[in-house]
Design a protein around this ligand. Structure first.
Ligand code: C2O
Ligand code: CU
Length: 552
């Protein structure tokens, strides 16, 4: 099925939040942006018109885009940005993903407001692996910034310090009634009693990992990142920027009470500032007029349980219980014989203050940075995909290290100072088509030990293991789940801990891998996999380069 959509007009639109109005970048005037609804196996075209004042690109987060990195979207990785006044027609190929995923801008910090949900329904004629819900509701978690986000970005790039935190957390674009001037616009979900609702939850925030829960109502998670999971009933969820979760909620409670849905930050970093406010929405049962007129008093409003902001144990208690559905209709295929192994230390670092610079507000007069295996990624000025495709030299180097610079006690309080200073480079990792890849992300305690939600474009991967402390292969591989590991595209690496993922490199192209905390991405916590194009193999060769690709 090929359908054509013309729904992407990126433009400035005035929005009022927290008592004041500002212009934000939107798609078709909407914040959050429009929900895209498709079926598994669809191919669609989206025309993106840039009517704003800044460069823009759009990424289809969680869409694997087989053989089609051309439309993936990250700027200077797979395409040059669409300039103001320009346009680009993207072809989105939905292959295996099913459930909730999302789309967002992938250019500087514009995804703060340029994002929306994608709902991938089962193929026509097939069903959910759970009873059909009464209704489906997108729940998009995000942030609101009083300042223009492009100013926030400019600001901390200039000072070298931490960026400002957001001024409000949001649920479906609304801070909710705990914030000034926000009460009347609080997102309200009106429900019928004794029905099941499917919440399609997206974390679209730039810098906030969320805990989310609903008063008196458990959530039953049935999917994550566009794949089904075994049903997991829980009081709260942990969801990082980039992740999506499908959760069933049954309306089996007293219909005269109001229930808060609440979202607040999980942040394990010490001395790392974060937005410590709480966003709320309201779950309200529909009642007939007779009942309503009897009760003159205002109904009670119940607040749900949420773990403390730094409760790493609760965060991972939930995360590590996710399992692939892995039934006959949804078989899994975890690579068992690994041909390519990587261990990647993911760190926050510092650069020394350049001479004659007064703006070095990082720790001890430095500038903050971030790295993978001590390489702080430098964004090139040509797209890496074009450089690979046309064999243009000098845009990237092929020597991204497969292991950290030297073995060290990643999680110790005292770490060698030289590790605090990463090297700059546009280093990529080349993968043979069909190789079976294992990546161990090792969190470190450099500068600020904190969780990192690592995201890979072009693939879903199996998360086969997690742990705290230093990774020891001999010991830790014994704990791997090779039976029903969750298949995700974004996974949280615990503070001072590790996470192992596996995938088979059967999607040729140039695929970005990065921390989905926007400030860490800005600081350089990213690299690129180049999966070799096999020109003589129809299954393994890139689709033709679209002729209307924007140029740099
Ligand atoms: Cu959702 Cu490269 O990102
Ligand atoms: Cu990070």
């Amino acid at each position: 099925r090929f359908c054509k959509l013309r729904f992407k007009k990126v433009k400035e639109t005035p929005y009022r939040r927290l008592c004041s109005t500002k212009k934000i970048l939107t798609v078709n005037g909407k914040f959050p942006g429009p929900t895209l609804r498709v079926h598994q196996g669809d191919k669609i075209f989206v025309k993106v018109y840039n009517k704003g004042r800044h460069n823009i690109t759009i990424h289809w987060h969680g869409v694997n885009q087989p053989r089609n990195p051309w439309s993936d979207g990250p700027e200077y990785i797979t395409q040059c940005p669409i300039q103001p006044g320009g346009k680009f027609k993207q072809k989105i190929i939905f292959s295996t993903e099913e459930g909730t995923i999302w789309w967002h801008a992938h250019s500087d910090w514009s995804r703060a407001t340029v994002h929306g949900a994608i709902i991938v329904y089962p193929k026509n004629g097939t069903n959910y692996p759970f009873p059909n819900p009464h209704k489906e509701v997108p729940i998009i978690l995000g942030e609101w910034w009083k300042k223009d986000v492009s100013r926030v970005l400019e600001g901390f790039l200039k000072t070298g310090g931490e960026p400002n935190t957001s001024d409000a957390l949001t649920i479906n674009g609304q801070p909710g009634d705990l914030y000034e001037c926000s009460k009347s616009e609080t997102f309200k979900l009106l429900v019928d009693q004794n029905k099941t609702y499917l919440l399609r939850i997206v974390n679209a925030a730039l810098n906030t990992i969320f805990f989310f829960s609903v008063a008196k109502h458990n959530l039953t998670v049935v999917g994550s990142d566009g794949g089904y999971t075994k049903q997991l009933t829980t009081e709260y969820i942990t969801i990082s920027p980039g992740q999506t979760m499908d959760a069933l909620l049954t309306t089996d409670q007293n219909n005269s009470t109001l229930y808060y849905m609440a979202a607040r930050a999980y942040s394990s970093g010490t001395n790392v500032s974060f937005d410590n406010t709480t966003s709320t929405a309201i779950l309200q049962y529909k009642r007939n007029d007779a009942v309503r007129s009897q009760s003159s008093t205002t109904p009670t409003l119940l607040f749900p349980y949420l773990p403390d902001y730094n409760d790493t144990k609760s965060a991972f208690n939930f995360i590590t219980r996710l399992r692939s559905l892995a039934d006959n209709d949804h078989p899994i295929n975890v690579p068992l014989n690994i041909t390519t192994k990587l261990i990647s230390a993911v760190s926050v670092n510092t650069f020394p203050c350049p001479q004659n610079s007064s703006s070095c507000e990082g720790p001890n007069g430095t500038r903050l940075a971030a790295s993978m295996n001590n390489i702080s990624f430098v964004t090139p000025s040509l797209s890496i995909l074009d450089a690979y495709y046309y064999r243009i030299n000098g845009v990237f180097q092929k020597d991204f290290p497969s292991v950290p610079p030297f073995l060290f006690n990643f999680t110790s309080e005292y770490l060698p100072l030289e590790l605090e200073l990463p090297k700059r480079g546009t280093k990529v990792k080349i993968l043979d088509y069909g190789s079976t890849v294992e990546v161990v992300f090792q969190g470190t305690n450099l500068v600020a030990g904190i969780d990192h939600p690592m995201h890979l474009h072009g693939y879903s991967f199996y998360v086969v293991g997690y742990g705290f402390g230093n990774f020891h292969e001999e010991r830790d591989k014994l704990s791997y789940n090779l039976v029903d590991p969750p298949m995700l595209n974004t996974v949280i690496v615990p503070k001072n801990g590790w996470t192992t993922i596996r995938f088979t490199a059967t999607n040729p192209g140039v695929w970005f891998m990065h921390c989905h905390l926007e400030r860490h991405l800005t600081w350089g916590m990213e690299t690129v996999f180049v999966v070799k194009n096999r020109k003589n193999d129809p299954k393994a060769k890139l689709l033709p380069r679209p002729s209307d690709m924007p140029s740099c």
